[in-house]
Design a protein around this ligand. Sequence first.
Ligand code: ZN
Length: 266
Amino acid sequence: MLSLNTATVGDQWTLEQCIEGCVKHGIGAIAPWRDKLQACGVEKAVKLIRDSGLRVSSLCRGGFFTSDGSGNLDDNFRAVDEAAALGAESLILVVGGLQADSKDIARAREVIEEYLIKLLEYARSSGVKLAIEPLHPMYAADRACVNTLSQAIDLCDRAGDGIGVIVDVYHVWWDPELEAAITRAGEKNLLLGYHICDWLVHTEDLLQDRGMMGDGVIDLKHIRSLVESAGYDGPIEAEIFSKKDWWNRDPDEVLKVCIERFQTVV
Ligand code: ZN
């Protein structure tokens, strides 16, 4: 089942419009970002999504444990509460990069783990699953210094129950250990989500120039087969940050192309 990650339509649609768009185009699941969720209001969003019949494949996102000295915990607790209210299948975590004025990536990873475990205690009491999304190493300084699927699985192993991983093709497609890591995640029941887009060979912006599925070089069918062989059968989220292309197109067209590509190249 395809899921619309609301980042795919940029700022063009509100959450209300994203929900309507999914229903109109027959997309069965949605993954809201918290800015759109908060603009809509959590209570209203819960009602609209429940009435629409959409699944909530995830809530994007919590994390950034290194952005201040507190692990960003107050905001992370709120994110867990929002995920619980929505019945989201997981809360996605982008764990954070280096601490301010630091070059110590090993220390940043320790700090992340300490706060992650605190958040996990809270999430367990709310019944919300946390999902670590390893990010491509180009984001290690400022967004996430968990950079491979293997590293994320190791972290889950140490943290215990209630946490798993997201496989986002944009971040992990290059990894020579990917197949082994997906198999390992499946054996441990850690696969909580699968995100798709594409890697454009001439990427111009490292954050906001992701490709539409089929326009780049990621072997999407192969990675999907690995994830599904490992036991993942949940929604597949289209998550495309595309400042110069898809965010400027009519969102109805974007959804139509996502569906068509989902049926043909994913
Ligand atoms: Zn993602």
